[in-house]
Design a protein around this ligand. Structure first.
Ligand code: GLY
Length: 253
């Protein structure tokens, strides 16, 4: 179960965020409304939310998930693969200090975005992507093993991050889409397959026995409800314009 979450308020400069979505510029005012609703959803799942202030230096800084991996045993500060995001780690390191005494750091030449890391119990699947290189994954696995956990890599071909197309919902249930649907690594799971038309909703989050999905995907809601989860929908349109998914907006631990 998660007790805490950390989020960062979207900055006005989010309009300059990285994106390949081709959906236009986000509207900051609407993003603020959506972000506040997202916080309320987390709180409704019995999570205490720490809200960090906007950081105008980093347009993508609302996507806090990428800059740290928070495990039950230690925190690991990543080294984001996009140079424009590497400075985001400093603020997150400060924010996690009250919660963690054991803090590790990924070092150059490793790069890793934690959007590429999916936790399944004590094991962590790490996508090798344009953002996460083999050296970043190697360092991450070494650190996980030092703390009694484990990790393994998964090759990515098409999507930005591993969690763009895969979400673990506990109880052996795994949401998958696109290239992850037939991955040998994921055959052991009960796979909930999301079609390409609904691909954005594959990035959903399990939070204390509920599943949060983006609004506007009734088929995904039906599939996840049928697997036995109460489903909460929340509007993500302005973050989708920056290739951001539901998981990207918080660190949950
Ligand atoms: N815009 C989010 C990212 O590309 O990291």
């Amino acid at each position: 179960m998660f007790k805490h979450a950390i989020v960062r308020t979207p900055c006005k400069n989010m309009v300059a965020g990285l994106t390949g979505a081709g959906l236009g510029k986000p509207d900051h005012s609407l993003a603020m409304i959506q972000h506040q609703a997202y916080i309320k959803v987390l709180e409704s799942c019995n999570v205490e939310v720490t809200i960090l202030p906007p950081d105008e230096k980093y347009p993508d800084s609302t996507f806090v998930e990428d800059v740290a991996l928070l495990t039950p045993h230690c925190a690991i500060i990543t080294r984001p693969g996009a140079p424009s995001r590497q400075g985001e780690t400093e603020g997150i390191q400060r924010a996690i200090t009250p919660f963690y005494s054991a803090v590790e750091v990924i070092r150059e030449p490793g790069t890793i975005d934690a959007g590429d890391i999916m936790m399944v119990g004590e094991h962590y699947y790490i996508g090798l992507s344009e953002r996460t290189n083999p050296e970043g994954a190697r360092q991450m696995i070494q650190i996980l093993e030092q703390y009694g956990m484990s990790g393994s890599t998964v090759d990515l071909k098409h999507v930005l991050h591993l969690k763009t197309g895969a979400a673990y919902l506990e109880n052996n249930n795994l949401v998958v889409c696109g290239e992850f649907t037939e991955k040998a690594e994921f055959e052991k799971f009960n796979r909930i397959v999301i079609t390409e038309a609904n691909a954005y909703s594959a990035n959903c989050i399990w939070v204390n026995d509920r599943v949060v999905i983006p609004s506007g995907f009734p088929r995904t809601k039906e599939l996840i409800s049928s697997a036995g989860y109460p489903v909460i929908e929340t509007d993500m349109s302005e973050f989708q314009k920056l290739d951001g998914g539901l998981s990207c907006l918080s660190l949950r631990f």
